[in-house]
Ligand binder design. Sequence first.
Ligand code: FCB
Length: 494
Amino acid sequence: MTGARRFPDGFVWGAATAAYQVEGATDADGRGPSIWDTFSRTPGAVLGGHTGDLGTDHYRRFADDVALMADLGLRAYRFSVAWPRVQPTGRGPANQAGLDFYRRLADTLRAHGIDPVVTLYHWDLPQALEDAGGWPARDTAWRFADYAGLVADALGDRVALWTTLNEPWCSAYLGYASGEHAPGVQDPARALSAVHTLNLAHGLGARAVRAATGDAAPVSITLNLQVNRAASAAPEDRAAKARLDRVANEVFLGPLLDGAYPEEVVAETAHLTDWSFVRDRDLELIRTRLDALGVNYYTTALVEADGSVPGGGAPAEADVQAASPAGAARPPANLVEGVRWRHQPGPRTAMGWVVDPSGLTELLVDLHRRRPDLPLHVTENGAAYPDVVAPDGGVHDADRVAYLHAHVDAVGAALDAGVDVRGYFAWSLLDNFEWAYGYERRFGIVHVDYATMARTVKDSGHWYRRLATTGVLPPPGGAGGGDPVGAAAAVAAG
Ligand code: FCB
């Protein structure tokens, strides 16, 4: 296209965080322990032995952080509610002090003209519920619905968009199959059972939110759908890609949109489970009305058949991607057989994820074709790079500016193709606790000095401010980097 890309009026520019990654204050105001408190204390589970105990101290500094969001021109803030703050043991009456925090946060956002976008579950299951069986146990879906109702009652019409679950793929597969995430279980049969309980939790939770608030705000779910590319046109590589698409994507999209699990996936996992955890009426409960779909996008994956499937050629070991970081597009090997991952050429982020913005356009276009009436939001997109604070006081993260520029442009391309995408949320507002990578991977558009908790807007944050305040995609370099970075731009909170 020629000239600067302009986004529609009303397109929502936001940024996202999650409770356990930023809040800290894990002992405050009656919060109970979550599976991440337990997991992060397990030796070897998290890089550097880091925990979310301090996070970015957002629980205490939220008012300053909201002022910073306003300064960045954000229209919306996607945050998650910590279930163990609301129900310390995952059941029973609400802990009012926990709810009060989110009421204050939502009110402060609204006072600054920023829409609260609430995720009800971003991975911090109350430990007591894990002890009772966790996500593989059916009852957890009903516990989630009770919790969702409590939050919806308390936040009511303060919320602009509800999201039931963030990336149930990670909760199920990284939590219960590969064990890279809390609770660290390696049992693929239980992971598939967790997939189903999470789908049920979405359906029941969405109903609970509507029962409490009516249609005051749309109800959505956020998925990390994977854009898998077959390594060649050979039938076995294409079959490997299709197998992967089913176990990674269709186990969620199928029940949510079509009211059914794909028959092939049931057959392909028959050696693990008979799927008897799916009961009558469950699929009806899952396929409740969906007002919008959240899309988290980071990268793509190149897949091929391995030698274990008849006809699949074995790739050179050196080409095969090493262990997957959390959030990358790779289901655990104990869950999907006969599929290998290859490195795609091209630049990578500090997570080792290949930078491939075209996958975001493809994903949005495919979803729109499948369900033209379903509004989409890009609820996370961003990149980790090894940022440093420069002698001039700024953080000159040209790589991240280029990443964001290319991906926002990819969203623009989807809009050009007629896709109903309503908003974009940068991951993340702040550097934070990046799950199994602890504080060693920085995704923020705002830098956090973990010794002092000082916030410094990175060049990417200045660039994003120009985008959010004008609706016009600024160039990635030079003047597009925005305002001079220095003392005036550094917000030292607290
Ligand atoms: C996603 C998570 C988010 C963050 C990013 C990098 O999978 O939803 O919390 O860790 O990856």
